[in-house]
Design a protein around this ligand. Structure first.
Ligand SMILES: Nc1ncnc2c1ncn2[C@@H]1O[C@H](COP(=O)(O)OP(=O)(O)O)[C@@H](O)[C@H]1O
Ligand SMILES: [Mg+2]
Length: 234
């Protein structure tokens, strides 16, 4: 068993609403080892995105313990948390979230500005990653000139630019047709083969079949956590 990248115990999250405290996550526990590929599944409203935001240190639990790479995130101040997040995690979202007035190269390079990487190296690394996702010819294009599947490839390149060992992806194929979604999943498959840990939310069974483990949420609880039965591949 490899080291745990994620170790969560007794996690609760409630939102304050005008009607009172609204519990969204209830006593969630999860461990993810380095190199795993986990699909988070469950109906809309079951708490998947709330959970992913906590995994990504974009939101805090109401109570419970979260260790990321062996560090209790509750003990970190804002700057330490931001540094840990930038070094450790790459995010991919359903809506791609590219900046519309920047070239693909600049979109991918953007996170490096915050790390103080100088311009030539930023551009070199962005181009290398755009090549890795099959878009080397488009580095000067603007996001609205390419397809949704290509935009998601750019978003994945951007997620990789700080060389994270963990990718968190919240419904990354949710805005794509099934063929394009499969192409994106092939990219996640190859990143996982390189050793990157992947936690990916989907409600589509075909997409979740790419993972090696499926964790099912219902009404804010994990109700099922099992290995994926592999179909025989040629
Ligand atoms: N900021 C918030 N304030 C209040 N309620 C929220 C907030 N964010 C999410 N919720 C509620 O939490 C529940 C779970 O939402 P979410 O985590 O987005 O579920 P999923 O991603 O599984 O669809 C939903 O009932 C949603 O309305
Ligand atoms: Mg969601």
């Amino acid at each position: 068993m490899g080291d745990s990248v994620i170790r969560i115990k007794g996690l609760h999250k409630s939102y304050e609403t005008s009607a009172g405290l609204f519990p969204v996550l209830k006593d969630v526990g999860l461990q993810v080892a380095a190199g795993e590929f986990v699909a988070i599944m469950g109906p809309s409203g079951s708490g998947k995105s709330t959970f992913m935001n906590i995994l990504g240190c974009l939101d805090e639990p109401t109570s419970g313990r979260y260790e990321l790479n062996g560090r209790d995130v509750a003990n970190l101040d804002r700057d330490e948390l931001a540094a840990l997040r930038n070094r450790t995690i790459g995010f991919v979202f359903q809506g791609f979230n590219l900046l519309p007035r920047m070239s693909l190269q600049d979109n991918v390079a953007l996170p490096l500005i915050y790390c103080g990487v100088e311009r030539d190296e930023r551009h070199q690394r962005a181009r290398d990653l755009l090549a890795k996702v099959g878009l080397e010819r488009y580095f000067e294009s603007m996001p609205n000139k390419i397809s949704g599947g290509q935009q998601q490839r750019v978003a994945i390149a951007r997620a990789l630019v700080n060389q994270p060992r963990l990718i968190l992806a919240d419904e990354p194929t949710g805005n794509l047709d099934s063929h394009t979604g499969e192409e994106i999943m092939a990219l996640f498959d190859s990143l996982n083969r390189e050793g990157i840990t992947i936690v990916l939310v989907t409600h589509e069974a075909d997409i979740a079949q790419h993972a090696h483990r499926q964790v099912h949420f219902l009404d804010g609880r994990i109700v099922n956590d099992h290995a994926v039965q592999r179909e025989h591949s040629a």
